[in-house]
Write a protein that binds this ligand. Structure first.
Ligand code: AMP
Length: 282
């Protein structure tokens, strides 16, 4: 495994080793790696000649400065895990390398409704930040295959839109959410939960399971109310629980057979904001 810190060095390395775009898998991360990240890497490594993993905590996608400041950093153990997984190249750029002209006048992307709902409502500017960093990373790494987690479902849809805009032929592969034994979706932010909060946090997946299991037994309104009550009973402060069309993210009035449908939740356990989602069995 080689570690590269400058985009120019990465471009030069890929060029000199004649690493063709179509054979490169790319896993962008913000570090503090866990089994979720490693499952993306496994997919990339198994299906590409070369796998590049980036670690970059992107300042432009944090709408909460405190969240950015407290984002966990575990670079030493990340490198050990990446090497053990069989990663070929780790790219750890600095902010100036990713944003040579600074972060104040970055391009805007036309994401339509995708950035006006769910996370977009509660984290204004977040998805513009995601597109700013992803467009830059994709231009540097030039992968054929990109691997991202279903855990960040709306982010996958936004990045798919970005790939259409960029039109470079990159294929997005969405990988299933990896969970702890009690159902909690793995997340770098989970380490910020104290032991009592960590136990209560599993109710986010319980609430989504409840929606899955009762999809055709209750109205959407009742499903949401019950899920919110389950979360609040465990001291979550709920940003949203929504049941939406899985291809458009538009709110539904009814769950219909054959209609791709996903339930999504975002909620704060004390000061840690967690998100999760599950498809409904339609
Ligand atoms: P992050 O470091 O949080 O930006 O995540 C980097 C990538 O890992 C994103 O594509 C995430 O969707 C993905 N990811 C995060 N958590 C999980 C998980 N529990 N299971 C699968 N993928 C995940």
């Amino acid at each position: 495994m080689i570690l590269i810190k400058q985009s120019a060095d990465l471009s030069r390395y890929l060029l000199s080793h004649k690493i063709a775009q179509k054979n490169t898998g790319f896993v962008p991360t913000m570090g503090a790696l866990h089994e979720g990240h490693l499952s993306l890497l496994k997919h990339a490594i198994n299906n590409n000649e070369v796998t590049v993993c980036s670690i970059f905590v992107n300042p432009t996608q944090f709408n909460d400065p405190d969240d950015f400041k407290k984002y966990p950093k575990t670079i030493e153990s990340d490198l050990v895990a990446l090497e053990a997984a069989g990663t070929n190249i780790v790219f750890i750029p600095g902010v100036r390398d990713i944003y040579p002209a600074g972060i104040n006048s970055l391009p805007e992307f036309d994401l339509g409704n995708l950035e006006r709902v769910l996370e977009g409502t509660f984290r204004p500017g977040h998805f513009q930040g995601v597109c700013q960093v992803m467009s830059r990373l994709l231009k540097i790494v030039r992968p054929g295959n990109l691997y991202m987690g279903q855990k960040d479902y709306q982010q996958c849809m936004v990045v798919n839109r970005l790939l259409q805009i960029m039109n470079d032929g990159v294929i997005l592969h969405t990988v299933a959410t990896q969970r702890e034994p009690d159902g909690l979706a793995m997340s770098s932010r989970n380490v910020r939960l104290n032991p009592a909060e960590r136990i209560k946090a599993a109710s986010i997946s319980d609430a989504l399971h409840f929606i899955q299991e009762n999809a055709f037994a209750m109205t959407i309104e009742d499903l949401r109310d019950k899920a919110i009550a389950m979360l609040e009973a465990q001291t979550f402060r709920v940003d949203y629980v929504e049941i939406v069309h899985a291809l458009t993210l538009e709110a539904l009035t009814e769950i219909e057979v054959g209609q791709p449908t996903v339930a999504l939740a975002a909620a704060y356990m004390h000061e840690v904001r967690l998100i999760d989602n599950m498809f409904l069995p339609t």
